[in-house]
Design a protein around this ligand. Structure first.
Ligand SMILES: Nc1ncnc2c1ncn2[C@@H]1O[C@H](COP(=O)(O)OP(=O)(O)OP(=O)(O)O)[C@@H](O)[C@H]1O
Ligand SMILES: [Mg+2]
Length: 249
């Protein structure tokens, strides 16, 4: 792979859930380069989460090719997931989950730690750095299940950052966050994008997006109906307009 090759590359991809009589994603061609910030919009049920799960190698691709960092999503899912941070939509921990915040963030490193050896100094340092980036160092020893929804969301973001990902897939990361947290996470995302990480974010909140070049991808009924660059301030308008007049590419 050369630095100019796309980090994510999907060509004519169809994805079907098990037992479904038709694919949920239809003929998706979509490439994302290093340092790109992509906002995926579209109505409920359009296939946005399915797109992220497809990129992360979690769903059966029935047709087409998909690679992340040059690794085949279908054949080499483990290599793909080592390089991808994926923040799930609406994930909440059971109140009795028996792990502290720092243990949950450390789990983000398990792909690198392996199942048999103890965490190393650099793993602990990565955890500390990720907690600091999210401004939640003071929560490190707290049980994860006893935190608020927004605090848990920050912990999960820290868990993903602790992996040193090359790609961040974020499914509605702002849904539980207050205004101040949204602003500071946007600043963090701008810095990550500037450092070359590719960010694909599904969001219905367009008011405060990172101050960087934004690419908008709009989905309808499992297809990409619009894919263009715009200013962060125009994202909401572009998505709203695409929603009123879908035209399939
Ligand atoms: N596990 C599943 N099994 C079968 N069908 C599913 C499954 N998950 C989602 N779907 C279907 O796939 C389609 C796309 O769902 P998806 O969750 O990707 O939508 P979305 O755009 O993320 O919506 P939202 O904005 O509500 O999060 C929907 O019709 C949904 O019913
Ligand atoms: Mg979704």
């Amino acid at each position: 792979m050369t630095p100019s090759d796309p980090i994510i590359r999907l060509e004519n991809v169809y994805t079907a859930y098990e037992g479904a009589d038709r694919p949920t994603l239809t003929d998706i061609s979509f490439s994302v380069g290093r340092g790109e910030f992509v906002v995926v919009g579209g109505p409920n049920g359009a296939g946005k989460t399915t797109l992220l799960e497809t990129i992360n190698g979690m769903l059966p691709i029935t047709h087409g090719t998909a690679t992340v960092c040059g690794h085949d999503v279908r054949g080499d899912g483990v290599q793909v997931r080592c390089r991808v941070g994926y923040l799930l939509q609406n994930f909440a921990f059971d109140p009795l989950t028996p792990f502290t915040v720092e243990e949950v963030v450390l789990m983000g490193r398990f792909g690198m730690i392996g199942l048999i050896r103890k965490p190393r100094k650099e793993d602990h340092e990565a955890v500390e750095k990720a907690l600091h980036l999210l401004g939640i160092g003071d929560l490190a020893k707290r049980p994860i299940g006893k935190l608020s929804g927004g605090q848990q969301q920050k912990v999960l973001l820290a868990q993903n950052l602790a992996r040193d990902p090359q790609v961040l897939l974020l499914d509605e990361p702002f849904s539980n966050l207050d205004m101040f947290a949204r602003e500071s996470i946007n600043k963090l995302l701008s810095r990550l994008v500037a450092s070359g990480i590719a960010v694909v974010i599904v969001s219905h909140a367009f008011d405060d997006l990172p101050d960087c070049r934004v690419r908008v991808v709009v989905m309808h009924d499992g297809r990409i109906s619009l894919d263009r660059e715009c200013l962060p301030a125009d994202v909401g308008q572009v998505i709203r307009h695409a929603g009123s007049a879908p035209c399939y590419a």
